[in-house]
Design a protein around this ligand. Structure first.
Ligand code: PAF
Length: 279
């Protein structure tokens, strides 16, 4: 496994590879969810590259950039175990050289839900992901469905910019008790973690109601809210039922495939989760 800390070094190592390359972009502190992306990439590509870069431009002034968990040794051990060929682990100056002013923005899809709660977040994501795509030049890139809006935004960017790669969405990986895996779960106290199970419980409740034929958007959102509002430490940012393609919030009965998503705070920790509801 080659670990490149500069773009030039990555490009030199890349030139020695043959066949298709799959990219798993990450911000490190790798967990089972990342492993599942690497395994999927290994199954579908001749070689796998992983990028590990905590991207400052996707964090707002009140976000957790400075305290975002980092563990380089542990991350590299996981990449080795998963048969990764190339790791790109650059310092900030490699990705944002002095004087860089160009940003990538997909517009309306990136200003709702997570984009409304975290202004500028998706411009930071699309800017860094387009740079990673330009450096790594993968045939396929793998992203988790847990960040459902991020996946949609990156798909839109790749389509709009005619990028010659496939964006592959992979299922959310959960703990046995239902908590969606996230690098931020380490921030949770035992009490917060126990109460955070209400997120997946609420989503499952709504999913079951949907399977029983319930389509009223407000009723579905209310099922999720009820479950979470019963937890004293939980502060809901949003619970949304939105149309899949546009992310326009559903009103009345949902008639198309929909994304039921939420963001909830426990103290300083903000968790997101979602399920897709197909008609
Ligand atoms: O999902 C993430 O970890 C990040 O948003 C990504 C896609 C690596 C861009 O920094």
């Amino acid at each position: 496994m080659h670990v490149a800390r500069t773009v030039a070094d990555f490009r030199a190592a890349h030139a020695a590879l043959t066949g298709t390359l799959g990219l798993v972009p990450t911000m490190g502190y790798l967990h089972e969810g990342h492993r599942s992306l690497m395994r999927r990439a290994r199954a579908e590509c001749d070689a796998v590259a992983v990028s590990i870069f905590v991207n400052p431009t996707q964090f707002g002034p009140n976000d957790d950039f400075d305290r975002y968990p980092r563990d380089e040794e542990h991350d590299l051990a996981i990449c080795r175990e998963e048969g990764v060929s190339l790791v790109l682990m650059p310092p900030v100056e490699e990705i944002y050289p002095e004087g860089a002013t160009t940003t990538v923005s997909v517009g309306p899809l990136s200003t709702t839900l997570e984009g409304a709660a975290r202004p500028g977040h998706f411009d930071g994501v699309t800017t860094v992901v387009s740079k990673l795509f330009a450096i790594v030049q993968p045939e396929r890139a793998y992203f988790g469905q847990k960040d459902a809006q991020q996946l949609m935004v990156i798909r839109r960017m790749s389509r709009d910019l005619l990028l010659p790669l496939e964006v592959v969405g992979c299922p959310t990986v959960r703990e046995p008790d239902g908590l969606a895996l996230s690098s931020r779960n380490v921030y949770l106290s035992p009490e917060e973690r126990a109460q955070a199970l209400s997120l997946s419980r609420g989503l499952r409740r709504a999913e079951a109601a949907w399977a029983d034929g319930v389509r009223d958007a407000e009723a579905l959102r209310a099922l999720v809210r009820e479950e979470i509002e019963a937890q004293p430490l939980a502060r809901i940012d949003y619970v949304s039922l939105a149309e899949q393609g546009s992310l326009a919030e559903c009103a009345g009965p949902a008639t198309r495939d929909a994304l039921l998503s939420l963001a909830v705070r426990f103290g300083k920790t903000r968790l997101i989760d979602n399920v897709l509801l197909a008609v």
